[in-house]
Design a protein around this ligand. Structure first.
Ligand SMILES: [Zn+2]
Length: 237
């Protein structure tokens, strides 16, 4: 999956790619911008590609020998809302995954998300699919929030009540410990816990916005992911 590609030199491209076997890598596509008609399409994001790669001695970038679309997602790429959701998911990956580290769980989650965004008719709203992916991603990265009790004093929190949450501290903060900026409703907390325990499709449409904000706050706190940062993360390796 291509996370980003940037022009390089006269005719080349440098692409940041999330692969099943190697995790996030950077590849140099020689002459990609002067490919014969039709070919550059094969480095488009959103489709699952099969890449032929070459290690280049002493070089940080892998060479790209060939690229072919293995799983095309044409309905996804024809719909702006779905494209935006997928684009945000790929940005999260680019900025939070370490280089050259296989991430099978995250690979599975992102391909499931892209397939769901490509389904016709859409099973569920794009923002909801994205929110659930984000929660699963943060959990897979080890940034899952402690939603059972206060992260400061350890006091368990009544599941039937809303609670204060500080994503940068990694979970709930009880009133006694000063509370925190986000008030998490009991219903949403229950559905997030269901997602953590592996229940797919646990969120409902009204949760999407709040869940997306939690994912953004969590990634910002743990991985230094800015909502729209510069060329950092994923590109080195
Ligand atoms: Zn406390």
């Amino acid at each position: 999956l291509v996370l980003r590609s940037l022009p390089y030199g006269e005719a080349d491209l440098v692409a940041t790619v999330f692969t099943e076997a190697m995790g996030v890598i950077s590849v140099l596509a020689k002459s990609a911008r002067t490919f014969r008609r039709g070919a550059p399409r094969s480095l488009e994001p959103m489709h699952t590609l099969r890449l032929g790669l070459t290690e280049r001695p002493g070089a940080e970038l892998l060479g790209l020998r060939s690229a072919a679309i293995e799983v095309p997602r044409l309905r996804l790429t024809a719909d702006l809302e779905r494209m935006q959701a997928a684009g945000r998911a790929l940005r999260w990956l680019r900025r939070s995954l370490p280089p050259r580290t296989p991430e099978p769980e995250t690979w599975n989650e992102i391909t499931c998300l892209l397939d769901a965004l490509d389904a016709e008719p859409a099973a569920r709203p794009a923002s909801l699919l994205l929110a659930e992916f984000g929660v699963a991603l943060t959990a897979a990265l080890g940034y899952g929030l402690n939603l059972h009790g206060c992260v400061r004093c350890g006091k368990p929190c009544d599941l039937a009540r809303s609670a204060y949450l500080d994503p940068s501290l990694g979970g709930l903060v009880c009133r006694h410990c000063g509370g925190a900026g986000v008030l998490l409703r009991a219903e949403l907390r229950g559905r997030l816990l269901a997602l953590y325990s592996g229940t797919r499709g646990a969120l409902i449409e009204q949760d999407a916005q709040a869940a997306l904000e939690l994912v953004d706050a969590t990634l910002r706190a743990h991985a230094g992911v800015e909502p729209d940062g510069g060329p950092k993360g994923g590109a080195s390796g």
